[in-house]
Design a protein around this ligand. Structure first.
Ligand SMILES: *Cc1c(COP(=O)(O)O)cnc(C)c1O
Length: 359
């Protein structure tokens, strides 16, 4: 069977060459006589893979030496608890409620201390990111929290706020490695792998080293960043195969020219789609123009039956998982790094054909 263009929000498409390399090495990793899945995480053959993965991420994101890279389990969501458990020294944090995942993170943090919602677009169905110039950050907060890209609503921050001495924590699950991020502006960046890195079950973390070691006494060992750092993410058995897949993904991105090169392609891809939608008589994009996501493009016809008909029509044409998140409806095309330009071009063709038939 031919591969489809998969517009799923996550788990999402992985570059075909990455999957083929994984297939070629699945049963017998070159020179090692066994699958990566069968390697002891303590063996030098696996530690080599682990170290290369870490070095590649450091290179791709230009991670300064003052930062640690961790590979954790529990997805991005476990860090909704991990962040307050590791950083809430004085029991106070600022959150921007700019999407459902931001909302969930703030709700979880409330279990550990005082959460101040310093800005919110919740009452407007999260169709925009609150104006960061209007935000009054609290100077005595333990940290300030944002979500750099909103997977469900198709919005993103186009600038990173300056929170002064208060460390900025970012959930970058759905746009990590899609555009350049100045890591030095952040205290912590974390991202679930299943959107722009590889398979689910892995959370990549970049943490400023001086922020580690302040965890709540009840912080579970496995969520203790300082302890994980001391043990190089191997306090227990890590997601060994997921980390290996991330390595293949990082190598692929590096071979394309890294984040700068893929960003240009992402701007081009998203631009094609938004241009078509903006000129369409049938489809409109609900997200405000100035904060449109490059990764998740949301669109609607304004008629739920027509939306459903389009999703079906697209699937019949080899374009799958275009249904919007259950909380917002409509359509969503997730076009992460691994979505080829041809996938977006095909989507536009199919949208045009549907529009013609439904004029
Ligand atoms: C997908 C996603 C999550 C949840 O990730 P899990 O790995 O399922 O925990 C959190 N935040 C954002 C921004 C996401 O896109």
């Amino acid at each position: 069977m031919e591969r489809v263009f998969n517009f799923s929000a996550g788990p999402a498409m992985i570059a075909q060459s990455v999957l083929e390399k994984a297939r070629d090495e699945l049963v017998c990793y070159p020179g090692r006589g066994m699958s990566v899945m069968e390697m002891s995480h303590r063996s030098s053959m696996y530690v080599d893979i682990f170290n290369e993965t870490k070095a590649l991420l450091k290179k791709l994101m230009n991670v300064p030496d003052e930062y640690e890279i961790l590979f954790m389990q529990g997805g991005a969501t476990l860090q909704f608890s991990g962040v307050p458990l590791n950083l809430m020294v004085n029991g106070k944090a600022d959150y921007v409620d700019s999407g459902n995942f931001a909302h969930l993170a703030a709700e979880e943090a409330r279990r550990y201390g005082e959460v101040n919602i310093v800005a919110s677009s919740r009452d407007d169905n999260y169709v925009y990111v609150p104006d960061i110039d209007q935000i009054q950050w609290n100077a005595d907060a333990d940290y300030a929290y944002i979500t750099t890209n909103h997977t469900i609503y198709g919005t993103r921050y186009t600038r990173i706020p300056d929170t002064g001495n208060v460390p900025l924590v970012a959930d970058a699950s759905s746009n990590i490695l899609s555009e350049e991020l100045d890591v030095s502006k952040f205290g912590v960046i974390f991202a679930g792998a299943q959107k722009n890195i590889g398979p689910a079950g892995l959370c990549v973390m970049i943490i400023r080293k001086d922020l580690m070691g302040k965890q709540n006494a009840l912080c579970p060992k496995l969520m203790n960043w300082a302890l994980q750092s001391k043990n190089d993410s191997m306090l227990n058995t890590p997601n060994t195969y997921g980390i290996y897949m991330a390595k293949l993904g990082f190598e692929w991105l590096d071979s394309l020219g890294g984040v700068k090169a893929i960003y240009e392609q992402n701007v081009y891809k998203a631009g094609l789609l938004y241009d078509y939608i903006d000129n369409s008589a049938l489809f409109t994009a609900p997200a405000k123009k100035e904060c449109r996501s490059l990764m998740n493009v949301t669109f609607v016809t304004g008629d739920a039956d027509k939306d459903a008909a389009f999703v079906k029509y697209a699937a019949a044409n080899g374009l799958v998982n275009l249904k919007g998140h259950r909380s917002v409806g409509g359509m969503r095309a997730s076009i992460y790094n691994a979505m080829p330009v041809e996938g977006v071009q095909k989507l536009i063709e199919v949208m045009k054909a549907f529009e013609k038939e439904n004029a």
